[in-house]
Write a protein that binds this ligand. Structure first.
Ligand code: IMP
Ligand code: MG
Length: 182
């Protein structure tokens, strides 16, 4: 059992849990995209860890590109303001696009991205999110096609997820202690 970072209150997903989740998503995508050569778009920075694992569990030919958007700044609350920091290098017209995201909270970030990519006339756009944050009485702005897991409405870090650019390197997912962001 790996020892937890001192700022982490509780382990949510171990490395083994994560491996199982990502393998299942890779299987689903490989089955659905046979013969389609999808472009997997990692939403930087958080999704790069998930995407690196995901593409290695996808068995159909696929390509990868990156987009960077900023919606949280360095804080912990969604501002609803999404800024494109880095755009795709790939032309997506006629392509099957899968947006890979680390965590879906309000869904505002993804809803904005989907609209933006749809305007470029891809053959399809779907979302694969590693986690969905369950918030009572609230439904996210979009419905992702591929969902790795659900997490409680707490601030989580690790496996690419950060607070103020820290903790992305933790190999597991855990709940951040409130003292760490107070
Ligand atoms: P949304 O637009 O509200 O869905 O916010 C999604 C983005 O906020 C994610 O891509 C993450 O970068 C960030 N985010 C949301 N919840 C958390 C969390 O619990 N930990 C770390 N980042 C989060
Ligand atoms: Mg993110």
């Amino acid at each position: 059992m790996e020892s937890l970072h001192p700022d982490v209150q509780k382990l949510l997903l171990s490395e083994d849990d994560i491996k199982r989740i990502v393998e299942r998503l890779g299987d689903e995508i490989s089955r659905d995209y046979a013969g389609k050569n999808p472009l997997i778009v990692a939403v930087l920075r958080g999704a790069f860890v998930f995407t690196a694992d995901l593409i290695r569990s996808v068995t159909v030919p696929c390509a990868v590109d990156f987009m960077a958007v900023s919606s949280y700044g360095d804080g912990i609350k969604s501002s609803g303001v999404v800024r494109i920091v880095k755009d795709l290098d790939t032309k997506i017209e006629g392509r099957h696009v899968i947006i890979a995201e680390d965590i879906l909270d309000s869904g505002l970030t993804l809803s904005y991205l989907i609209d933006l990519l749809r305007a470029r006339h891809p053959a399809s756009v779907e979302v694969a999110t590693f986690a969905v944050k369950d918030i009572e009485g609230k439904t996210p702005a979009i419905e992702p096609r591929y969902v790795g897991t659900h997490v409680p409405n707490e601030f989580i870090v690790g496996y690419g997820l950060d607070f103020a650019e820290r903790y992305r390197n933790l190999p597991y997912v855990g709940v951040l202690k409130p003292e760490a962001y107070a």
